[in-house]
Design a binder for this molecule. Structure first.
Ligand SMILES: Cc1cc2nc3c(=O)[nH]c(=O)nc-3n(C[C@H](O)[C@H](O)[C@H](O)COP(=O)(O)OP(=O)(O)OC[C@H]3O[C@@H](n4cnc5c(N)ncnc54)[C@H](O)[C@@H]3O)c2cc1C
Length: 425
């Protein structure tokens, strides 16, 4: 019903005007139609979809607003598709807790619903003596985080398990795996819709304001936004007044939060973007490895690792390239530069040959790229996921998700569970 009302309002309003100078929104938007809603989830990536499904399952009336023409076109379809065990993150952090819980939920969900996945296990490898202490630190951390089955292996045992591997020690993580992220999202959406959640594509939240302790979302059709020039003021076509809003817009979550008038800027973290490119292994019919192979983590990422997809194709990546100058409109419309610069392959060969010395010259081809949504910059320690409710920012009914980088895919169902239990009672 809400979808019908929303569509008819959208159809009636096509004029893009401009914000005036005053911030008195109640007088400024008198002629713009208003609609109330129960829960609005902004963003149909894997996290937003999982949240929508969980809230709808709990009996809430959920509308998902997505700027793109379909679900999962953002980071959720541009990642390694690895089900992480939960090794890397500081104990008791949200990343540690939600990754471990999310992995359990994800394996069970995929097994029950027939979503393609494989628990193929992973080796994190030390290729020099200086890396051994880092590997031992990871073993300790993973164990504290509750990751099952972690075990240190010497070079002989690891290389027996993976004959193409070269290392001096390895940490085996048997519960790591891979998942077909598209099938996962499709399945979660199907269930969300069964529980009566509604998805409105081609629709962008361009900002919002708080009035009498209620949040007003400013909504525009994405195609109208396409016509705007970067950094120009925007005028909504619809004001949506939900009881609960979850800002799950991934890379643009911080830009959107900055456009929510009434939300104190001091609670919004800085945003950084780190592109990661993948190269695929060509001319090889048999994959060189059966497990995921990861080096010791680097600044900004987990290191150029070996990943297999569900069809057995091998990819290497992602590397780390910090990028800047992303304007708000491009970010809402997901217009990022995903070009894989073929020159970056030069950095891949030496990285990969540290653990796979038989990698042949000319065997890597440009694959795809993803962009990490970060809240700490180059050289700074990684930050935890940030999930902010009224207790932090004081705006009733608003939940912001910031810095949902890896392991966001693995954690998606646990993030959803967390949000439903903490913010929807
Ligand atoms: C290179 C790379 C590798 C990774 N590898 C892994 C991995 O192996 N395992 C793992 O667990 N995690 C991994 N991750 C992390 C994981 O991919 C992300 O945490 C996860 O996909 C985030 O999902 P999301 O739903 O928050 O964001 P997204 O998938 O980006 O979805 C956000 C959605 O919001 C929409 N949107 C944006 N602005 C607006 C607006 N204003 N109005 C309406 N809609 C809007 C976008 O169009 C988009 O569809 C990786 C990430 C990267 C970058």
């Amino acid at each position: 019903m809400l979808r019908v009302a929303f569509q008819s309002l959208k159809n009636h309003l096509r004029t893009i005007l401009r914000y005036g100078k005053s911030e008195n929104f109640s007088t400024q938007f008198t002629e713009i139609p208003k609609e109330t809603a129960d829960c609005v989830v902004i963003g149909a990536g894997v996290v937003g979809i999982a949240i929508a499904r969980e809230l709808a399952f709990k009996g809430r009336d959920v509308l998902v607003i997505e700027a793109a023409s379909t679900f999962g076109t953002g980071t959720s379809s541009r990642n390694s598709e690895v089900i992480h065990a939960g090794i890397y993150y500081p104990p008791k952090s949200l990343k540690a807790i939600l990754c471990v819980r999310g992995r359990e939920l994800l394996y069970k969900y995929c097994a029950d619903r027939g979503v393609p996945h494989k628990q193929i296990g992973k080796l994190i490898v030390a290729t020099s003596c200086t890396e051994i202490s880092k590997l031992e630190h990871l073993l300790k951390r993973g164990t504290e985080n509750g990751v099952e089955g972690l075990r240190m292996m010497d070079d002989f045992e690891a290389m027996q398990m993976e004959p193409e591997l070269q290392c001096i020690k390895a940490l085996l993580s048997p519960c790591s795996g891979i998942v077909d992220s598209h099938s996962l999202m499709l399945s979660l959406i199907g269930e969300a819709e069964q529980y009566r959640a509604t998805f409105s594509y081609n629709t962008t939240v361009i900002g919002g304001h708080v009035e009498e302790k209620r949040i007003y979302l400013h909504i525009s059709e994405s195609k109208e936004l396409e016509k705007c020039i970067p950094n120009s003021p925007l005028r909504p076509q619809l004001l949506l007044i939900p009881k609960l809003v979850v800002n799950s817009t991934g890379l643009s979550a911080i830009s959107l939060a900055k456009r929510l008038h009434g939300l104190h800027n001091g609670v919004i973290p800085p945003s950084y973007y780190a592109r990661g490119c993948y190269f695929t292994l060509s001319k090889t019919k048999i994959p060189p490895f059966r497990h995921l192979i990861y080096p010791i983590p680097e600044d900004g990422g987990l290191g150029v690792h070996v990943t297999l997809d569900m069809d057995g194709h091998v990819k290497y990546g992602p590397d780390v390239e910090w990028i800047t100058d992303i304007d708000e409109i491009s970010s809402f419309l997901h217009k990022y530069d995903y070009t894989v610069n073929a020159d970056r392959v030069k950095g891949f060969y030496p990285e990969i040959r540290r653990y796979y010395p038989n990698l042949k010259d000319g065997s890597l081809e440009p694959g795809y790229a993803g962009i990490r949504s970060k809240i700490s910059g180059p050289g700074q320690p990684p930050m935890d996921f940030v999930i902010q409710g009224e207790d932090i920012h004081g705006v009733p009914g608003l939940v912001n998700l910031f810095g949902i980088e890896s392991p966001g895919l693995t954690s998606s169902m646990a993030i959803a569970e967390y949000i439903a239990s903490k913010f929807s009672r």
